[in-house]
Design a protein around this ligand. Structure first.
Ligand SMILES: *[C@@H]1O[C@H](CO)[C@@H](O)[C@H](O)[C@H]1NC(C)=O
Ligand SMILES: *[C@@H]1O[C@H](CO)[C@@H](O)[C@H](O)[C@H]1NC(C)=O
Ligand SMILES: *[C@@H]1O[C@H](CO)[C@@H](O)[C@H](O)[C@H]1NC(C)=O
Length: 472
């Protein structure tokens, strides 16, 4: 009888128990870690973990501070899954009706009327789930508000911290107007170029929010992230930046300001207008000075020279669109110089308040340098009128304080929500986001701007939206 090849033991000897327990614990832990890893690698975050850049506008993939896999897993679980659960959510506070302490309503600025025009394409058809399914193909994320809570479904990463600050802006709106922001479901893209071409999407206009639009697009403009701060280039929240620019602009009297047209920016952004602008760089011939903004250098010197409030030294300031629309418009107008705006194609939500030769000077892109020269000559011949034009531009931006920015968001969202023919409900892939979870992901600079731009409940109701203009 051959001896067994190995001795099988039906029972584990008792002295091996600790080892078996240790081994199974180890396997269990390994399995759990594997599961967690899997789970974490599928969790998309407001800063862009596990998200690719938008295919329609490529940019370098994001890198993250936390170096180890463990660090990343810990952060994602902590910020995405645990933070909102453990915050202090008080439904009474969240759903509280607006306080009746101050019911004085003011009329919204006239440019709020654009809300009706922007939403006109859906007045007859309403906005259906099918619209959202189609619009999702062009969206970086989806924002769903239900019962005063914010849910976000993330599809693509946004450049820099745009997604973080835009999601923050929704959270602040909810904080400012508890109980009155309606349930809503909206698709959002955070890149610069509008994509819903009116001709191509004529048969089914798609509702897609972004920071700008053109007359040829259905894209719906929404206040851009920089009102809450642009941490990468040290532009502070608007409620701090505007008063500072305005104060800076009074450091010199009109007569003391340099009587030439000034532009400083990045000319290398595939913008024909900016390239052409380089040809006007001659103060003697064209009355213009065109300067290159070197952000890398500015970052090294702590952005001291690029400080916006110290950039109001000229009587004329040129605005040139970049790759698409440019955030710089509001800072240029804030200066109180005559804004020389080169035939703009793109509109953002407030630029519909611009009136040519009233609160800005319209420059002809097809006759660029001579057109700039004419503006400068006119202003130098009519200093009082030029100063008044500059002041009206600054006043437009003063009208646009954060109260009004939130009011615009409120009315836009409310009017949009009225058009929905379904009851918003967050999809299973969406995650609740709260102020604490956004802050959880923020780096030091972002945290400072987020905290600085936090809203508090309004004592007054939103301004009154003018009714749609009668057409025909
Ligand atoms: C009521 O609201 C108006 C407009 O926002 C504001 O100017 C005024 O100071 C408020 N009054 C009180 C008592 O809060
Ligand atoms: C919109 O689409 C039409 C038809 O394809 C095209 O001719 C037009 O140039 C497009 N407009 C823009 C702004 O891209
Ligand atoms: C424009 O001209 C000024 C003065 O000659 C010069 O310092 C500046 O570098 C020029 N700007 C560009 C973008 O070349």
């Amino acid at each position: 009888m051959a001896p067994p090849l190995y001795k099988t033991s039906p029972r584990t000897p008792s002295y091996l128990y600790p080892l078996v327990i240790a081994l199974s614990l180890f396997t269990l832990t390994a399995l759990l870690l594997y599961k967690v890893d899997n789970f974490v690698s599928q969790t998309k975050t407001v800063v862009g973990h596990n998200l690719e850049p938008t295919p329609w506008h490529q940019f370098p993939a994001k890198t993250f501070e936390e170096e180890t896999r463990h660090g990343r897993a810990y952060k994602i679980i902590h910020c995405s899954y645990l933070t909102c659960r453990h915050r202090n959510d008080n439904p009474k506070e969240r759903l509280r009706a607006p306080s009746g302490s101050n019911q004085t309503t003011t009329m919204c600025p006239e440019f709020f009327g654009a809300i009706h025009r922007d939403l006109q394409p859906w007045v007859a058809t309403k906005i259906s789930n099918a619209h959202l399914v189609e619009a999702q193909k062009y969206a970086a994320f989806r924002v769903i508000i239900v019962g005063g809570k914010l849910y976000v479904d993330l599809y693509y990463a946004c450049v820099q911290s745009r997604a973080m600050f835009t999601i923050w802006s929704f959270l602040q709106l909810l904080r400012r107007y508890p109980g009155i922001v309606p349930d809503v479901d909206m698709m959002f893209d955070c890149m610069d170029k509008p994509t819903i071409n009116r001709t191509e999407h004529q048969s089914m206009p798609l509702p897609l929010f972004r920071y700008c639009t053109t007359v040829e697009h259905f894209d719906i403009p929404f206040p851009d992230w920089s009102f809450w701060g642009w941490s990468e280039i040290n532009v502070r929240p608007w409620h701090v930046e505007f008063p500072d620019i305005k104060l800076g602009s009074t450091a010199l009297t009109w007569e003391q300001k340099i009587p030439i047209a000034y532009w400083k920016g990045n000319p290398d952004v595939a913008s024909p207008v900016r390239t052409e602008l380089l040809n006007c760089n001659d103060t003697m011939v064209w009355g213009a000075q065109i300067m290159r903004q070197d952000w890398k250098k500015a970052a090294k010197t702590g952005f001291k020279e690029s400080k916006l409030s110290s950039q109001c030294k000229h009587q004329y300031k040129i605005y040139a669109e970049g790759y698409a629309w440019s955030v710089s418009l509001k800072y240029i107008l804030a200066c109180g110089s005559v804004a020389l705006i080169i035939s703009p194609q793109y509109q953002d939500f407030f630029s519909r308040g611009l009136i040519p030769q009233n609160n800005f000077w319209l420059v002809d892109a097809l006759d660029l340098c001579p057109s700039i020269k004419r503006a400068v000559d006119w202003g130098n011949d009519h200093p009082a009128e030029a100063e008044a034009m500059g002041r009206r531009g600054q006043e437009l931006m003063e009208t646009l304080n954060m109260d009004r920015v939130y009011d615009y968001m409120f009315h836009l969202i409310s009017e949009y929500a009225k058009l929905q023919d379904f009851k918003p409900n967050p999809p299973s892939t969406a995650m609740e986001v709260c102020a604490e979870s956004v802050l959880c992901y923020a780096d030091e600079k972002q945290t400072a701007f987020l905290k600085q731009s936090a809203a508090s409940p309004s004592q007054a109701p939103p301004c009154t939206l003018p009714p749609p203009a009668k057409t025909g």
